[in-house]
Design a protein around this ligand. Structure first.
Ligand code: ATR
Length: 277
């Protein structure tokens, strides 16, 4: 018998009120005239397992998971994609009809899709990338850069041991650079990525000299509030191509939406406006 129920999906976080995903998915559902709902769900860590096993029975076809549930969701899933396994966290879940949970991580995909859209001339093979930060966001970026074939990644983090651990996990292409030395290696970079929380509203700025950068280099910031961080302003002044972080958020949502609601959505200016509204 065909199931005619309206598909439900949503984002699970704690807190979740700040999430832009409901606006984004709501915009796409409306744009494509689809029957479906996408709702925010504030779930405490102790309740995650119960919620994940209840949602499929309540008509949910899947969910996004965000902080603090990304690692726990991976552990609770019945099947894990290779990229989610490499990143060590899930952000997109699909509930199959047999009740099993499939976990994926589309953050690295979103990062790369945003970069390719915003800097179409950037070629991964051209040269090294400098990556600031060694947290969860950095893991997704490293997975994407390694998969794209970037020949060398210079990784720097305030707490060096976290970067050293990522090198052990992600391998040969990574050279760890001391946080205070990062300014010295930046002139070789074809790509600079900020994965730290520096530059976010209410946080200190990421301060790094960009004058040595090649004018053709690309600078991207995962921070999207504000959209134009000091890093990106500086990069623009240095004649670099800049890519803001909002697009990563939008692109990472594409595979989940397609899976749950059956249409591959476009990321365009209207999508950006809807997510920011
Ligand atoms: P996420 O999952 O968003 O990456 P995270 O795991 O908390 O979050 O990582 C935050 C990143 O921002 C880390 O690289 C962190 O550096 P540390 O590992 O040294 O903590 C970086 N970060 C946060 N505040 C910072 C600051 N004031 N100066 C330098 N780096 C900072």
């Amino acid at each position: 018998m065909t199931d005619h129920r309206i598909p439900l999906a949503g984002v699970i976080g704690h807190p979740v009120a700040h999430s832009r995903s409901p606006k984004l998915h709501g915009h796409w559902l409306k744009t494509y005239g689809l029957a479906g709902h996408y709702i925010p769900m504030d779930v405490a860590p102790a309740d995650l397992e119960t919620v994940l096993h209840t949602l499929p029975k309540a008509g949910f076809v899947g969910a996004n998971v965000t902080v603090p549930h990304k690692e726990a969701a991976l552990r609770l899933a019945d099947h894990v994609s290779d990229r989610a396994s490499v990143i060590g966290a899930a952000n997109t879940l699909v509930f199959r009809e047999d009740g099993s949970i499939h976990a994926d991580n589309t953050d690295g995909y979103g990062f790369m899709a945003n970069l390719r859209a915003g800097a179409p001339d950037w070629n991964p093979a051209d040269g090294p990338a400098v990556v600031f930060g060694a947290g969860g966001a950095a893991r997704a970026v490293l997975q994407a850069l390694a998969e794209a074939g970037v020949p060398e990644i210079l990784l720097t983090n305030r707490t060096r041991t976290r970067a050293d651990h990522l090198k052990e996990e992600f391998g040969q292409r990574i050279t760890v650079v001391d946080w205070v030395q990062a300014g010295n290696v930046i002139e070789n970079a074809e790509l600079v990525v900020n994965t730290t929380s520096l530059g976010m509203q209410g946080q200190p700025e990421l301060r790094v000299p960009l004058d040595g950068l090649q004018p053709g280099a690309v600078v991207t910031d995962l921070v999207y509030a504000p959209l134009q961080t000091r890093l990106l302003q500086q990069a623009e002044e240095a004649g670099c191509t800049t890519v803001d972080g909002l697009g990563m958020l939008l692109h990472q949502a594409v595979p989940g939406f397609e899976r749950w609601f059956g249409v591959r959505p476009e990321v365009d200016a209207e999508t950006r406006a809807a997510a920011l509204a």
